[in-house]
Design a protein around this ligand. Sequence first.
Ligand code: NAP
Length: 252
Amino acid sequence: MRILVLGGTLEARQLCAQLARRPALSVTVSLAGRTAAPAPMAVAVRSGGFGGAAGLAAYLSEARIDLLIDATHPYAAIISQNAAAAAAQAKVRILALRRPPWVRQPDDRWIEVGDLQQAVRALGDAPRRVFLALGRKDLAPFEAAPQHHYLIRSVDPVTPPLNLPHADYITARGPFGEMQERALLETNRIDVVVAKNSGGESTYGKIAAARALGLAVIMPRRPSLPNVPSVARLEEVLDALDHGDLATARGV
Ligand code: NAP
């Protein structure tokens, strides 16, 4: 069976490591190509966009892919829409591996907003010390609120830097534990966090740390994703492959 995994997440990497151990499978993982030095993969890697749904459909046909696994980040809505459309066009089975969102705990001070522009507005007018735990392509809207002091963490450096008078940059690659995140928030005297509801364990540390410190978390809501068969855990992908019941994975 020839499988294309759409990746860019820890789960995709872990899934590829498991799939690589199955000699009957020929697996390629696709990365968007945004990270300069992606973490090593256990399977063949291709990198860069396909050129929309039509480009992905052409790739699926040319590479004779039997199964497309969408293991992209839950906020990567465009590639997920393209994956659903391309799979339908190329008549290739599709399975999405989607992390369930984090669930608000009693002491969480989450402020859910519709998008990044609303997140900027939710910071308010008075200057605050803000931790932006977002991707590099999500940062530009914050230039509209230069009164705040920002701490910005990304895997690769933000180049050019944002047009902001008060911004500190750090580069780091997760996972990040709660104690490590708490130390970061305290050292930098952060009073509000902006983060996506990514789900999973590897980036939950900042959410738990914000709760422990009584800090608000401004959280853009998840985008809507296409209605394709989907599972929440990579073990369920392996089960579906082992039992040949890909068609029975539940729709969302
Ligand atoms: P997006 O907005 O949904 O996609 C934008 C375009 O990037 C797509 O149309 C596609 O270009 C290309 N693309 C995205 N993922 C790709 C992949 N795995 N392989 C090949 N091309 C891909 O995606 P995004 O939010 O920028 O995310 C890009 C990557 O970063 C994804 O792999 C995602 O899993 C990962 N990531 C995203 C976030 C997040 O918060 N969005 C967080 C962590 C990791 P074409 O139309 O030319 O094919």
